[in-house]
Design a protein around this ligand. Structure first.
Ligand code: 5GP
Ligand code: MN
Length: 330
C-alpha cells in the first residue's frame, strides 16, 4: 500500500492534545522520508504549548469562520489516496471534516487506542491497552522494519505523545512497553527533559492564575462520594485572558487530593457543555461518559458533552453520581 509515492492525509481529533498532534507529526515525518506527499489536518486549533513540535508550520488547522482553510482541507481530503485517522476512532470526533473524511473513497487507516471504536476504516491498528497512539505509530514503524528512518524529529513528536498520555509515566496505563518505547525513542534522539520543559513549563501567567482561581474558587468536594468537581465558563476564561488549552489538565488536580477517586470538570462553552472525567482504580469514566454524556475515551480519562443548561447538566451529573455511590464510596 505504501510502496509508491501517495497522497496521504493524516487527520486527528478536534482540539488535539500532545498525543494526537505528536503521533500525527511523527507519522508525517516518517511518511515524508519514505517519499510520500503528506498533509496533517486538524479539525481545530490546538494549545500554544504544542506549537514547538517539528512540523507545526506544515499543519493545516481549521479555524471557525475561515472558509478558505476549510475548503483547502476538504480538497486535500478529496484528493487523498490514503487517510490515516490518528488518536480517534469515531468519526464524530473530527467535527468539520467528518463529512469529507466519511465520504472519501481513499483507503482509511485507523491508528488509535480509545475504547469503543467505530468501524469506518479499511484497516485498523487499534489497541486500547496501549497508553498512547504515538506508541502504536512507533510499533508500526518497528513492525515494518523501518526504524532506521527514525530521526530526532520523529522521535521527539512520538515521545511527546507517549509522555503526556501516560501522565509522564505515572498513570496506570503505563506498562513495561511504554518504558521500552521511551528508551528507544531516547536513543533515536528524543530529549525527555527538553520535551517535558516545552510542554509543562511554558505556562503563561494567565494560565497559572486560571489554575489558582479554579482551585480556590471553583473546586467542590463531595467527601462521601470521593468526588471532586469544578465548573468554569467561557465568560470567566475570557475575563482571565485565557487561551485555547489553558483549561487542559486542570481536571487532574481534583484527583491529586487524597482519597478522591473521581474528578470532573464542566466547561460551559457557547453552545454546549464539555465534560472532562478522570478516575482512579476500577471506576470507568469511559462507561459514564459513554452512557450519559455522548462521549468516551479511556477507563480512567474520558470526555463528553451536554447540550442542556449548566444547571440541568450539574443536576444530571449529581444524580448519576448518587447512582454510582456504591462504587464510589468503598
Ligand atoms: P479530555 O478530558 O482531556 O478532553 O479527554 C480525555 C480523553 O477522552 C481523551 O482521550 C479524549 O480523546 C477523550 N474524549 C474527550 N472528549 C470526548 C468526546 O466527546 N467523545 C469521545 N468519544 N471521547 C472524548
Ligand atoms: Mn491518545
Amino acid at each position: 500500500m505504501l510502496q509508491y509515492p501517495k497522497n496521504v492525509v493524516i487527520v486527528t481529533h478536534f482540539k488535539p492534545d500532545a498525543d494526537a498532534l505528536g503521533s500525527s507529526l511523527g507519522l508525517y515525518w516518517f511518511l515524508k522520508r519514505k517519499g510520500h506527499n503528506v498533509k496533517v489536518i486538524t479539525p481545530s486549533d490546538y494549545p500554544t504549548f504544542l506549537e514547538w513540535m517539528p512540523g507545526n508550520e506544515e499543519v493545516l488547522a481549521l479555524k471557525p469562520n475561515n472558509k478558505k482553510v476549510s475548503e483547502q482541507a476538504n480538497k486535500t481530503i478529496e484528493n487523498a489516496d490514503i487517510i490515516f485517522c490518528l488518536d480517534f476512532s469515531r468519526l464524530s470526533r473530527i467535527n468539520d471534516v467528518e463529512e469529507s473524511v466519511g465520504a472519501s473513497k481513499a483507503v482509511k487507516v485507523i491508528i488509535d487506542h480509545h475504547l469503543n471504536p467505530e468501524n469506518f476504516a479499511s484497516y485498523s491498528i487499534h489497541d486500547s491497552s496501549s497508553a498512547s497512539t504515538a506508541g502504536l505509530v512507533y510499533g508500526l514503524i518497528k513492525q515494518m522494519k523501518e526504524t532506521h528512518h527514525i530521526d530526532s524529529n520523529i522521535a521527539t513528536c512520538l515521545y511527546a505523545g507517549l509522555m503526556t498520555d501516560t501522565g509522564s509515566f505515572r498513570h496506570s496505563n503505563t506498562r513495561s512497553e511504554e518504558f521500552i518505547i521511551a528508551a528507544e525513542l531516547f536513543k533515536f534522539g528524543a530529549n525527555p527533559s527538553l520535551i517535558a520543559k516545552l510542554i509543562y513549563d511554558t505556562n503563561t501567567i494567565e494560565r497559572l492564575r486560571l489554575i489558582g482561581y479554579v482551585l480556590h474558587e471553583k473546586l467542590v468536594i463531595i467527601p462521601e462520594l470521593h468526588t471532586a468537581y469544578m465548573i468554569i465558563t467561557d465568560d470567566e476564561l475570557r475575563k482571565l485572558g485565557s487561551q485555547t488549552g489553558d483549561s487542559e489538565g486542570i481536571v487532574n488536580y481534583g484527583l491529586s487530593i487524597e482519597g478522591i477517586k473521581l474528578s470532573v470538570l464542566l466547561h460551559e462553552k457557547k453552545d454546549e457543555i464539555k465534560l472532562s472525567f478522570r478516575s482512579t482504580g476500577d471506576f470507568s469514566v469511559n462507561d459514564l461518559a459513554n452512557q450519559y454524556f455522548d462521549g468516551g475515551g479511556h477507563k480512567n480519562a474520558a470526555g463528553g458533552t451536554s447540550k442542556d443548561t449548566l444547571e440541568n447538566t450539574l443536576q444530571k451529573l449529581l444524580a448519576i453520581l448518587t447512582k454510582f455511590a456504591p462504587q464510589l464510596k468503598n
